[in-house]
Design a binder for this molecule. Structure first.
Ligand code: AMP
Ligand code: MN
Ligand code: MN
Ligand code: MN
Length: 286
């Protein structure tokens, strides 16, 4: 018997509908040719690409789950909550995501002002050239502009020098609450997943609080194997999944052929001691 964890599922990636550089159709084609067997497009705070992604997956005979990655503020930091297998027509989810996107415009203008003070002019207009969805201007679009303008060699350098806390282009922002994000997803019949826990800079107590509160709100899964984790973190968060009785997810977090170090569908399988999130979503697969 093969383990249920042995499946090339890629349940985390981004299209031009948020801060990726490929269309939902191009991502579906790329997933298929990389051997992905179950796919989800998880744009930031936005499900406007879901119909296109599902249709493209179907055309490639690729199994699909609806997806989103919601921006949350928890204990003073930004945390990402992935939603999978929800009803994309759900109006409460759509409204919650609409409200979450709402602050991005002002934040982008504030970032531009902040960068201007650091000697970089025209960043707002420059970033807009890279934006595929006017409601979803993100730090990634600023990073692409700063690379194009020759300020930095690559987007990683931009984040390191300009777009992270304490740096000249960083503007703090309050996103959705953990409770709301989990609620929007679960009331739309989806499953909430803590994205890339290894990326947050929490103390052990704060991380414990994140997992405990996430569970108490009805969250059911955590990303264990992701492009944002080291192999050591696969093991660490496999243990955390067991400790909190959470299912496990797997996703590359692919954004762009030029920028992403993890290609769609190329991560190791989930450890076979875990319950894969797709086992909880069998009836939601399109
Ligand atoms: P935002 O939602 O506008 O705050 O942008 C967050 C996005 O920026 C993330 O989803 C990543 O795609 C990207 N990002 C964040 N930190 C980094 C980093 N250190 N290097 C490259 N990209 C990053
Ligand atoms: Mn992103
Ligand atoms: Mn994320
Ligand atoms: Mn992501």
């Amino acid at each position: 018997m093969t383990s249920k964890t042995i499946l090339n599922a890629d349940l985390h990636c981004h299209s031009v509908v948020s801060d990726g550089t490929l269309s939902p159709e191009a991502l579906a084609e790329r997933a298929k040719s990389n051997g992905v067997e179950l796919w989800a497009l998880t744009d930031h705070d936005e499900i406007g690409g879901q119909r296109r992604a599902a249709a493209a997956a179907k055309a490639h005979d690729l199994r699909y789950l609806s997806g989103v990655e919601v921006s949350v503020t928890f204990a003073g930091q930004t945390v990402h909550i992935v939603g999978l297998g929800f009803d994309a027509e759900d109006t409460a989810l759509q409204q919650g995501l609409h409200d979450t996107r709402g602050g991005r415009q002002q934040r982008a203008m504030d970032m531009s002002e902040s960068l201007a003070k650091a000697g970089i002019q025209g960043a707002y207009v420059g970033a807009l050239k890279f934006v595929g969805n006017p409601e979803l201007i993100s730090r990634t679009h600023f990073a692409r502009f700063l690379v194009e303008a020759g300020v930095c060699r690559d987007t990683n350098e931009v984040f390191r020098k300009y777009l992270t806390e304490g740096k000249p282009g960083y503007v703090p922002h309050r996103w959705a609450t953990l409770r709301d994000a989990v609620y929007w997803i679960t009331q739309a019949s989806g499953i909430a997943v803590i994205a890339h826990p290894g990326r947050y800079k929490f103390t052990p107590n704060e991380e414990y609080a994140l997992f405990t509160e996430f569970k108490s709100h009805g969250g059911q899964a955590v990303e264990v194997v992701t492009g944002s984790h080291t192999p050591h973190e696969y093991l660490k968060y496999a243990e955390t999944a067991k400790e909190f009785d959470l299912a496990a997810s797997r996703g590359s977090d692919f954004h762009s052929p030029d920028e992403s170090h993890t290609e769609l569908g190329t991560l190791p399988f989930l450890p076979d001691t875990l319950t894969p999130v797709w086992e909880l979503l069998a009836d939601r697969i399109q």
